[in-house]
Design a protein around this ligand. Structure first.
Ligand code: TEU
Ligand code: CA
Length: 577
């Protein structure tokens, strides 16, 4: 891609241009994707997650597609992000929203063609956005050619060695090989019919039965993924978000899962007791992947999706020869509580810093209750369970949005790299009234409705208030229904509107870039109990989580709610001193 120019040099050059040179100025700004102080772009990048099914539908079938993304990239340039990450768009029977891949080198016809993917990548680069694709190495779809041939082959044949087939327990092998449970509910094992028609072996699936786990002790599996990485690197993607990067390797002998005696109360470190999460062997795989990417230069990155605690352990995924970034789920899971937030921020900077990695910050994605709702749920709501019409605890929309805006402004003021999930810039809440018969998440189906699952955060985006499907699809079709009250949150209603959530994001991202907050250094400031305050690159960020007002000194450049002479509760401001 283009040679990186330092962002500062670039801004100077732009300032030196006269008004008539507006196009030249724009071209210069866009020529090189943002990289502050000439350092690695990803250390400070703001990365926007696109969930393709729900972003924009160009052909009117009700499901978002790649052309829809390409056509609307300019909105993301206007928003001011540095990169996009796209959830999977590969060939897939779509049993888990595309996280069940049947061919890693094909685009699913639902989303378009390989040509559409190339066009998207090239067009994104042309407007100055980097592109991160998603890769799913823990499991394939059961429709993958490898799994089909495994089923057609006899037990113990080499074709079965690519997956985790085992004989069952019990006199006739009628019991699963161990007690592991699927993340989506029910056992993690399914028994197959052998080619002769009789019931036979079992295969492991940590997720849906349509997602058989691969055997990462098999060199053929490793070599295949090296090749898939190169396939997408050759097409020009700038990085890969690695799905379930804490899975892949299972403990030798597949021992039963025995919960910690203390129920995980020792620092929430329960997954260290789990024989399929965070096994030491995964790091060898990431080192291998790092060297595959290194052949393409220093600008291509790997991002770990790994639900690992505590942060000290998570940091192992981003040691210098492993991945570049890891999602900071400890930050995502942090409640609305000043002390807890202060300590997770401190711990993140310390632990990631200790291995030379930037911290990332993230509050929402396609697996969790949107933070505009989550921050106002008063009661238990485990990740992945979702919220629905019959949930005991319903979020308060006003409190939720106010807190979401305050924490977003806090997050965007932190040094490091931030992730934004599509729609949060509009202040979208979780769709908590989604009807039962519309739900598609395997979690809902596998738990017989006991857990709602993740559909509520995956509802198609509202673009325009007065068009069918709020402009998501010109035919008005949407794969999940949109709540009627989203009209007032549509992008066109918020664009350029003083005080709108979209305006808050846009102006914060512009200031973040001007001041270089992403590559700054945090220094804590004590402004009293339940107030989180720090200086970063000449900007003071103050989040008031207390019940009383906080006085302001300095010039307010951004705020999450209207402020006059004081900062009201549940409000964040940025000031220059
Ligand atoms: O998620 C991995 C994961 O462990 C969780 O976020 C999981 O989705 C959640 O706990 C379910 O309740 C990744 C993807 O982000 C997710 O969308 C996929 O379903 C999953 O992997 C399987 O590929
Ligand atoms: Ca479509």
């Amino acid at each position: 891609m283009t040679t990186p120019i330092s962002r500062r040099a670039c801004l100077h050059a732009v300032q030196a241009l006269t008004l008539v040179d507006v196009t030249a100025a724009e071209a210069l700004l866009h020529a090189s994707p943002p990289s502050e102080k000439g350092e690695d772009w990803w250390r400070s990048a703001v990365i926007y997650q696109i969930y393709p099914r729900s972003f924009a539908d160009a052909n009117g079938d009700g499901i978002g597609d790649l052309r829809g993304v390409t056509e609307r990239l300019s909105h993301l340039v206007d928003l001011g992000v540095d990169a996009v990450w796209l959830s999977p768009f590969y060939a897939s029977p779509q049993r888990d929203g595309g996280y069940d891949v049947s061919d890693y080198r094909q685009v699913d016809p639902l989303f378009g063609t390989l040509d559409d993917a190339d066009t998207l990548i090239n067009e994104a680069h042309r407007v100055g956005l980097r592109v991160i694709a998603d890769i799913v190495p823990n499991h394939t779809s059961s429709e993958h050619a490898w799994f089909k041939s495994a089923l057609a082959s006899d037990a113990h044949s080499p074709d079965r060695e690519r997956y985790m087939f085992r004989d069952g327990e019990g006199a006739h092998g009628e019991l699963p090989p161990n007690n592991w449970l699927s993340v989506f509910g029910g056992p993690a094992w399914t028994r197959v019919n052998e080619p002769d028609g009789r019931q036979g072996q079992w295969y492991l699936h940590l997720f849906d039965p349509s997602q058989p786990d691969l055997n990462w002790d098999n060199e053929e599996v490793r070599a295949e993924f090296d090749d898939v990485l190169r396939f997408w690197m050759d097409r020009g993607v700038d990085g890969l978000r690695v799905d379930v990067a804490h899975g892949l390797i299972k403990a030798q002998g597949l021992p039963d899962y025995v919960p910690h005696a203390d129920g995980g109360s020792m620092g929430g470190d329960e997954e260290s007791a789990t024989p399929y999460w965070g096994q030491e062997g995964v790091h060898e795989v990431w080192r291998r992947w790092r060297s595959v990417l290194a052949a393409y230069g220093a600008d291509r990155i790997l991002v770990a999706e790994a639900w690992i605690h505590p942060l000290k352990r998570m940091a192992k995924w981003v040691r210098p020869d492993e991945m570049h970034q890891a999602f900071n789920f400890t930050f995502l899971e942090c409640p609305w509580d000043a002390k807890a937030l202060h300590s997770v921020i401190e711990e993140s900077l310390t632990e990631f810093g200790a291995v030379g990695a930037p911290s990332t910050w993230v509050m929402s994605n396609h697996d969790v209750v949107r933070h505009a709702s989550r921050l106002a749920v008063f009661g238990e709501n485990p990740q992945g369970h979702g919220i629905g019409p019959k949930s005991a605890h319903k979020p308060d929309r006003i409190v939720g949005l106010q807190r979401a805006r305050a924490l977003t402004l806090l997050m965007l003021g932190l040094p490091g790299s931030s992730y934004i999930y599509q729609g949060e810039e509009l202040g979208l809440p979780e769709h908590v009234e989604l009807p039962d018969d519309a739900r598609q998440d395997p979690t809902w189906l596998r738990t017989d409705g006991e857990r709602y699952g993740r559909d509520g955060c995956r509802v198609p985006l509202p673009w325009t208030a007065s068009e069918p499907a709020f402009g998501f699809s010109r035919t008005g079709r949407t794969w999940l229904p949109q709540p009627r009250e989203w009209a007032e949150l549509a992008r066109d209603v918020q664009e350029g509107k003083e005080g709108s959530t979209l305006q808050m994001y846009t102006s914060a991202l512009a200031h973040r870039r001007t001041y270089g907050l992403g590559s700054g250094t945090l220094e804590w400031v004590d402004l009293g109990a339940d107030v989180i305050a720090f200086d970063n690159a000449g900007v003071r960020i103050i989040a008031n989580l207390s019940a009383v007002v906080v006085p302001i000194e300095g010039q307010v450049i951004a705020s999450s709610a209207p402020v006059h002479s004081v900062i009201p509760p549940s409000t964040t401001v940025w000031v220059t001193l």
